[in-house]
Design a protein around this ligand. Sequence first.
Ligand SMILES: [Zn+2]
Ligand SMILES: [Zn+2]
Length: 136
Amino acid sequence: MEVKNCKTCGKLFNYVSGPRLCPACIKQLEDKFHEVRDYIRKKPKSELAVIAEECDVSVNQIKQWVREERLSFDKDSPVALECENCGAKILTGRYCKNCKDEMKNGLNAAIAKPDAPKKDRKKMTSTRDAMRFLNR
Ligand SMILES: [Zn+2]
Ligand SMILES: [Zn+2]
């Protein structure tokens, strides 16, 4: 355990893990989160900037909660979130369902075939050899 300054209030506290915030600020942030979540529930058609202003929280903080999938928007919401992979419109998180499924499948495939990368490396070497041959 180390002692660090809280990122928000600057107070010294015993840092364990996660964001560099003291327990008081973490609690405050949690309260904010609930406030924002309730606000979005009550007024699902609000713009991000309006939510931020009404709840006195930064737009970036709201986006962070969205990326963590703690907050999600209604499909009628004007908030435009885009999949970081393909740019499709999404309501929460960082990726659309398709990209998430693809990533999951890719991950499973990698686990199922642990020798796959080795094979690829071999192929790459032989391709390089072929190219060397062609360049000669
Ligand atoms: Zn603090
Ligand atoms: Zn996508």
